[in-house]
Design a binder for this molecule. Sequence first.
Ligand code: MSP
Length: 656
Amino acid sequence: MSCKKSYITTPIYYVNDVAHIGHAYTTIIADSLARYSRLIGEDTYFLTGTDEHGQKIEESAKSRGREPQEYADEVSKKFRDLWDDFNISYDKFIRTTDAEHKKGAQKAFSVMNKKGDVYKDTYQGHYCISCETFFPELQLVDGEFCPDCGKSTSVVEEESYFFKLSAYEDRLLAWYRDNPNCILPKSKRNEVIRFVEGGLNDLSITRTSFDWGVKLPKEFNEPKHVMYVWLDALMNYVTALGYGTDDKNMDYWPARVHLIGKDILRFHAIYWPAFLMSLDLPLPKHIGAHGWWTRNGEKMSKSKGNVVNPKEVADAYGLENFRYFMLREVPFGGDGDFSQRALMDRINSDLGNDLGNLVNRLMGMSRKYFEGRVESDLVKKYYQKELDEVQLSLDKLEPFIFELQLHRFLEELWRPLTVANRAIDKYQPWTMIKEGKSDETMALNGLIATILAKVSIMLHAVMPKTTDSIAKSLGFEISPESFEKYIRNDEVLASFTMEKRDALFPRIEKELLVDKHLEALKKEKEEREAKEAKKREAEKNGTTTDGIALIGIEQFFQTSIKIGTVVKAEEVKKSKKLLLLQVDIGEEYTRQIVAGIKEWYSAEDILNTQVCVVANLKPAKLMGMKSEGMLLAAKDGDGLCLIRPEKPKSNGTSIS
Ligand code: MSP
């Protein structure tokens, strides 16, 4: 499987968002592959970068009152800073606003045109700005919404250049058929095949309704057109190597693997190979599509407030522990739910108990019995069976890496650690030493050290600094040379003296990050439950939730409420509160009502307006005046208002 040049890429990230663990995941997988590829002595080139053109970025910048270029500069730098902080070993960080990239993309456009693959027409259809994708009406959900992200699409009718994608259907199908591993995992390849077999439409590859994009080559003389952002973006994989400018690194092409998320598979597995065929360039060896990281089963999104910040996780739990967790926890291609509990378990169990503890045991045994000295000369004599078992596991590992089965890789890599821990329990060095079996004990330490060395080398791509530190304690350095020696040639570790060292993976007892999202969910749940409990309690007591006794309908009808019109209104001189009203409620005589509403209504305000009157109240006296009813009103912090019919109603109409 090994090839001399190894070109590994991540997607280029849109600059309309900050990085979350989904972005970190793609980048960490790619970084691990690149590191592994370098370790086995391949000439490796690792590319990442940012995707900066298109309507989505233009609109994002505008909504913040910024120029797109200035905005893209800022967000692109954030990605780059994060990857630097994460020790990502990229060889080039490309930006689609780089002059060389734009030149290369224009060159590609010209070449496709000369090939006869480009023609001008009118595009009529629907565009999802969020996915930067065109959709035929048939694919829309409810005739409007994007089938991928669910957001509303906009109707576009504009002059456009098209790429003859339909002409590549057969060649694409032949490529998938002849290269069973071209799309990984294989289940994804089947999805792509089914999609292409369903028929491909030609692809609109220019836009005229905005201008934040790569201009068309001069010979087109089309100042209004910019390149479709996915054409521009996909080209990054070759422009980064000098396509269309100096061709300097084009000998790295074709890519060994393009790592992507499953949401952008169609662009990479259909458009991209078709573009490459049109450009007469070889096709990538593998396209690896991973699944989604979710939160409590939900897709992460800013609006839901459930996005996990990779920097926070790495700062709290350790960057390399986080890397290990991401690659070990989820089978490549499947979705994974992020939880601190699962992360802690991996750290405490796999890393702490299995690996860290073994280093500790070796340190303890070698220092107690041999002043730290570890010699492996006799390992083969006493422990060949264990060595063979370890080698068997190691031999299985490499295919897992390049078939992107990183969880299997790590799972298998843990077997030698089990062999080592089991050997200690089985041979009991504390008994052997008492029995004077010094050689056997030393050889056992040599076996443990050899196993730790081999595992560290293989784990290096995933946990570079941690394994460097283990290697230092074991007196060697991880490099292509030590890979050759200890992995390929199956040698035992050279003698060394083990110094005292700190524990590698201190136990984590409780979650280290306050999970704001979970806390908010918890609070919401508590509030909901409290409300429900209150409701149940009220039902039990025969009251409303604010403690008012429930009544039957017959009790309600004992109150007679009627519409009336105020036919006379005067202020009660000596009172700040009272108005004296005569209200016609459809009876022979008007009712006299003394109402405490003077603070909010003048006599003039209320005269000739309709009100609701409680008509069967026993008359009462207020300031010596008889009151034969009560007006309905509502009062809150803002004051009082009368309750009135929405439309005029005959006086005397009953309210029910
Ligand atoms: N700009 C395009 C890629 C162009 S490549 C020529 C793009 N950018 S992106 O920033 O939206 O996404 C970049 C990568 O992050 C994609 O591979 C996507 O699948 C991945 N992820 C984004 N959210 C994710 C999760 N929640 N989980 C895992 N990965 C996801 O698409």
